[in-house]
Structure formats: C-alpha cells, structure tokens
Design a protein around this ligand. Structure first.
Ligand SMILES: Cc1cc2nc3c(=O)[nH]c(=O)nc-3n(C[C@H](O)[C@H](O)[C@H](O)COP(=O)(O)O)c2cc1C
Length: 170
C-alpha cells in the first residue's frame, strides 16, 4: 500500500475485534510517531500505549464510549509544552507537532491493517488521572488501535479542491 492509498482508505473505525495487536506492529506504529518531523526538531512528545485492560477501563471516565475502551490498544498522544519550539510572536507548536506524529501513526496503522479513530472530545483531567500523567504534560489526542470490526469504504465526504485550494493568492 502506498502512502496515498493509506490516506484515501483510512477511516475512523468505531468497532474493534478483541484480537490483540502484535507487539511488532504496535512498535512500528509508535516508531512512525518517533520519526515524524517537529518544529526545530524539538520532539515535544510522549506517547502512552495502553493495552492493559484495567487501564483502558479507567479511560472510560475520560471518553465515555464502549467501542473505545474495548479496542485492544489505545494510544495517548501527549505534549511537553516546555520542550516546544515557539514562534517569535509566542505561538507554540506542540499541538501541531503531536498531531503530525499521531497522523503518521494512523497512516502506518492503516498500512498494517489496523484501525484507528482520532479522539479529541475527551476529558483531559480524567485521562491524566487514569494514567498518572504529570500536570505539566498536555494530552493532545487519543486513538484506539486494533483490527477493525467494521468495514468502511474510502474517504468520500470531503469538500472539492475548487472550494478549498487557492493558487498564488487567497
Ligand atoms: C482532531 C480530531 C478529533 C476528532 N475527535 C473525535 C472524537 O472525539 N470522537 C469521534 O468519534 N471521532 C472523532 N474524530 C473523527 C472525525 O469525526 C472523522 O475523522 C471525520 O468525521 C471524517 O471521517 P473519517 O475519519 O472516517 O474519514 C476526530 C477527528 C479529528 C481529526
């Protein structure tokens, strides 16, 4: 599968098989995050791979969906803002950096036959409580990771290029 095909066929998967994710696949997904680019190469990220059932169950308080905690693995993508590169006007890039890393993981997961679903609507304090994450760390996003128990076609519901692309100026 080439990168474009992974982009075209990646979908949000909200039903997972119980089957565990093989260790080497999990590590390859995490490696895709590690290899991702970040502003000034600051790599202001930490990733928590949650496979322990009790720990996944605790995350139910942070994102109240059965399909989410029933996935065999959950990746929690975190940032250390103090490590982030900032623009001169003060704009911090940790959210961008961590989002790039998580999307790399999502695409490699797709290549490996694994499903994911970006989760942004979580309670950050509850995630921190559930996993012992220090206060200075920010949780950017989560994704379940596992073999899909639902089949979805390629991405279709997107705005056409003509509506969103500008050439040379807005
Ligand atoms: C930053 C971000 C946050 C999201 N948060 C959630 C979420 O909390 N719960 C959920 O079910 N889906 C969430 N999604 C998934 C989107 O709803 C989904 O990507 C979008 O509807 C397009 O569908 P597709 O991923 O199947 O192509 C999120 C996606 C992104 C990129």
């Amino acid at each position: 599968m080439d990168v474009f095909e992974a982009v075209q066929t990646r979908r949000s998967i909200r039903a997972y098989q119980e089957r565990a994710v093989e260790k080497e696949k999990l590590v390859k997904v995490l490696e895709a995050g590690r290899l991702s680019p970040s502003a000034a190469n600051q790599q202001p990220w930490h990733f928590i791979a949650v496979t322990d059932k009790a720990a996944r169950e605790r995350l139910f308080t942070a994102y109240n969906r059965r399909w989410f905690v029933d996935a065999p693995a959950i990746i929690v993508a975190c940032a250390l803002p103090e490590k982030s590169w900032s623009r001169q006007d003060g704009e911090e890039y940790w959210k961008v950096d961590v989002a790039i890393a998580l999307q790399s993981m999502v695409l490699v997961a797709r290549e490996l036959g694994l499903g994911t679903c970006w989760i942004g609507a979580f309670n950050e304090e509850k995630v921190k409580e559930a996993l012992g994450i220090p206060q200075k760390v920010r949780v950017v996003a989560l994704t379940p990771l596992g073999y899909p128990a639902e089949q979805k076609g390629p991405v279709a519901d997107r705005k056409p290029l003509e509506e969103i692309v500008h050439y040379d100026r807005w």
